[in-house]
Write a protein that binds this ligand. Structure first.
Ligand SMILES: [Fe+2]
Length: 307
């Protein structure tokens, strides 16, 4: 079985020609299954149909999960749950894709289970990016006229990086000083979407959905392929980042709850994911993992599963 996996296209209208050329190449080379592991779009689902529509000549099964950028909206009140559960699967099916978040799909002797997933800050970088760095977490929220609003967390001041907790990451912003100048970094989901429940719950719910899908295909297939947008195993992000902005973003990379759920699948062969932005195929805990970021240098990821 030949799989083509792509992720993190971050498409906007300026990328039309690049997108068209990429899709033509993928359609021409073909495969049994095309997997799109999220973040088709840069800012919300308005162009999702255009992206997926480029693949209508792909000769095999077309599967997708959304990414966080596909859920973005411009202004509150956000309807994130509805965009995730209805808008995106609807656009996918109009363009010949099955959104795995709605249910597993069996192709031959292989079951594809998948969800976008979410983050729970468990992948945060505990070591300071630079020795002795002190930071101040701040709460970020959508402000007037498309701007962001920042507010202090009650009773929370400057602290050592190593003392950051999930409650601080939940606030989505960080301020620090470097070379005498203040720096601010923001996790932008905070101003483009709202689940109306904690991120950890969204990640737990995603893992539960994976378990339900795994149960739904039990005994029917020889192997299982998992697809998530968010990173499913901590090992995949366990490197020290020295840039504070990028180190902060590690908390929002994914959740090990996803990987734990996938590992319960008998015959789990491959875990495809995105969001991390670094195409790579690597074995973790006996499973081949594939970061399917579309790379100008490497092109789309082609994977062959033995027949
Ligand atoms: Fe993403």
């Amino acid at each position: 079985m030949r799989l083509i996996a792509i992720a993190d296209l971050h498409y906007d209208a300026d990328a039309h020609e690049r997108m068209r050329d990429l899709a033509r190449m993928i359609n021409r080379e073909g495969g049994d299954v095309l997997v799109v592991a999220g973040d088709c779009c840069a800012e919300g689902p308005a162009l999702l149909g255009e992206v997926l529509g480029h693949f209508e000549d792909f000769p095999g099964e077309r599967l997708m999960v959304p990414g966080n950028h596909d859920l973005w909206e411009d202004h509150p009140p956000f309807s994130t749950e509805q965009v995730y559960r209805e808008t995106i699967p609807g656009i996918a099916s109009e363009h010949g894709f099955h959104c795995l978040d709605r249910g597993a799909r069996i192709v031959g002797d292989t079951a594809f289970v998948g969800v976008m997933g979410w983050y729970d800050y468990g992948m945060c970088q505990r070591e300071a990016p630079t020795d002795g760095l002190t930071v101040m977490p701040v709460r970020v929220a959508p402000g007037a006229e498309g701007k962001m609003s920042f507010s202090a967390l009650p009773g929370v001041g400057e602290m050592a990086w190593e003392d950051l907790t999930p409650e601080h990451y939940m606030a989505n912003g960080l301020v620090w000083q470097s070379e005498g100048a203040p720096h601010v970094t923001v996790w932008n989901d905070a101003v483009h979407l709202d689940w109306r429940r904690p991120d950890r719950e969204v990640a737990e719910c995603s893992a539960d959905t994976l378990r339900e899908q795994i149960a739904s295909v039990a005994g029917q297939v020889r192997r299982v392929v998992g697809v998530t947008h968010f990173v499913p195993f901590t090992e995949l992000v366990s490197y020290r980042i020295e840039n504070p902005t990028r180190a902060f973003a590690r908390a929002y990379m994914g959740s090990s709850l996803l990987g734990e759920a996938l590992l319960e699948a008998p015959g789990l062969t491959l875990a495809i994911y995105g969001h991390r932005h670094g195409q790579e195929v690597r074995e973790v805990r006996g499973v081949v993992t594939a970061d399917a970021e579309i790379s100008d240098r490497e092109g789309p990821l082609a994977l062959t599963l033995p027949d």
